[in-house]
Design a protein. Structure first.
Length: 296
């Protein structure tokens, strides 16, 4: 059975209904690969799809390419695994759990095992180096891996702080093991400035204060005043740039950071002229400012 001319770069043989080169449309992403690659893992979903005799039963897109309704970005790693049965991921790969789900869908049990969280020596789930944060590899990583379980790991944990989150702990040596890290505070503003530079600028109030950094640190410092609606269910050890504060006073944010032991180490601001007022010579300027705080 022959395929449409744009469904592959080679025509199928009489014995095999599929061409040597196959085009796939996976969730809108187009992939071109060889037929032997797709059938390299017996029993997998792709093996079942591309060893059957009835080609017409497979879904096609408008250009005749075989269509698979899955995550087109993550399929690149599925296809790489099909080529040589090895797993190579970028450093700090953020979607390991989603890729594991894709591996389960494509019925690749060995790949599922490679992606499964490994059991650490303390009988807790640990992560692979390829998805660990740089801070995770510090000498204090075993003692400070997860703030939510600090009281269980440290014999004399001290809890409290904003929002009731765990903020500090005392190890066997009696020293403070409160973890280090950066938190960036950012806000956008606008102001009106007339032609006369001596005229006072008219500032609008700060509409929203944004928070960037590790989720556990942000929750520790700002507690219930942290709005997580734009990035819900973010794990404690992951980073986010989508949180913002429920109040609009920068000094209030600075006070909370100072109380938690943070110090400002850098700041920057940019300003651009958005447009000029039609009736006057006043110009409307917009600005974005960031303040970077660090705790040792």
């Amino acid at each position: 059975m022959a395929l449409a001319d744009n469904a592959g770069c080679a025509k199928p043989s009489e014995d095999l209904p599929f061409p040597e080169i196959i085009e796939l449309n996976v969730g809108g992403q187009v992939y071109i690969t060889r037929h032997p690659t797709l059938v390299s893992v017996p029993g997998s979903l792709l093996w079942e799809m591309f060893t059957q005799k009835n080609v017409r039963s497979l879904a096609r897109d408008s250009k005749g390419r075989f269509f698979v309704d899955r995550d087109g970005f993550l399929f690149r790693y599925i296809l790489d695994y099909m080529r040589d049965q090895q797993l190579v991921l970028p450093d700090h790969f953020p979607e390991r759990n989603r890729l594991q789900r894709e591996a389960e869908y494509f019925m690749l049990p060995e790949l599922v095992k490679m992606l499964a969280p490994k059991l650490s020596k303390q009988n807790s789930l640990g992560e692979d180096p390829c998805q660990s944060d740089p801070e995770e590899l510090s000498p204090n990583a075993d003692a400070t891996r997860n703030l939510t379980s600090a009281s269980a790991m440290l014999p004399s944990a001290v809890t409290g702080g904003p929002g009731g989150s765990v903020t500090t702990g005392v190890g066997a040596s009696g020293t403070d093991v409160r973890r280090a890290g950066f938190i960036t505070i950012g806000y956008r503003g606008s102001y009106t400035l007339g032609r006369d530079s001596q005229t006072d600028a008219k500032f609008r109030r700060v509409a929203r204060i944004m928070v960037c950094g590790k989720t556990s640190l942000a929750k520790e410092v700002f507690g219930d005043t942290l709005n997580e609606s734009r990035d819900p269910d973010r794990p404690p050890e992951r980073y986010t740039s989508r949180y913002y504060l429920k109040f609009t006073f920068l000094e209030q944010a600075f006070d909370k950071l100072a109380d938690a032991g943070f110090h400002m180490v850098a700041c920057n601001s940019t300003g651009t002229c958005a447009f000029a007022h039609d009736q006057t010579d006043d110009r409307i300027w917009t600005s974005y400012t960031e303040y970077v705080f660090y705790r040792e």
